[in-house]
Design a protein around this ligand. Sequence first.
Ligand code: ZN
Length: 273
Amino acid sequence: MKPVFANSAFVTVPERLFLCGGTWRRVPLKVRYGVFRHPAAGPVLIDTGYGPSVTRGPRGLALRLYNAILGPDLVAAGQPEAVLQRLGLKPGDVGTIIVTHFHADHVAGLHLFPKARIVAKADVLRKILKQPAHKNLHQGIFRDLLPVDLASRVDDVDGVGLREAPLGLGGGHDLFGDGSVLAIDLPGHAEGHFGLCFANLPTPLLYAVDAQWCAEALEEGRRPGFPASLIADDPQALAESTRRVLAFRQAGGEVLLCHDPAESRYDLAAEAP
Ligand SMILES: [Zn+2]
């Protein structure tokens, strides 16, 4: 069971923002999200990427400002409806969406899937729904992007049993009870942020989401400092999570990050054939 990753948008930022020792050259970062077919659960999405709910139409002022600052350049062929169609699927076929954290670039397409079960950190969502808007804003979270019934559709990641992940990665929540996809806690970037280990692939894959923004930044000495450290929910936890991801790669695992500008063999080709 191999996931594929689509690119929903490009966000162009100076390299030194995400890589220590990087240049001022502006680099188009991808905004990936994943799709795989589980033999029992059917089509599953990993996050939803950026979509028009961030860039167009009626939105709160905060979301409009956020959009103006980041200026995501949406990829039409990379939006969930187009990607699913390419894979022979419709949004209604997606029964499960794994939400790694609640940042705008991961949840902007949730409204397309009003029936899907959401696998996420239930306590983090509860906190988001309770706390005042300015606190969420400070954390890069916009309530406007979260469907009103979201909490009622959440299956809590932390309620799922643990299983040992390969290559010394440690314990992960066995999301489908068959050892195929393990949710690995990688705190620091955002509260409750987790990655996914596809443990049974010939080379185990860790989708480490936003543990860093490019593969080189996992290395000691290449991790970005200010202002990236300012955005992190918990810089110390982020450093520890980065070490965990790097150790997995050094042990022979493969790592994919949401925003890495480099092509991955898990990426869907940019254009339909
Ligand atoms: Zn994020």
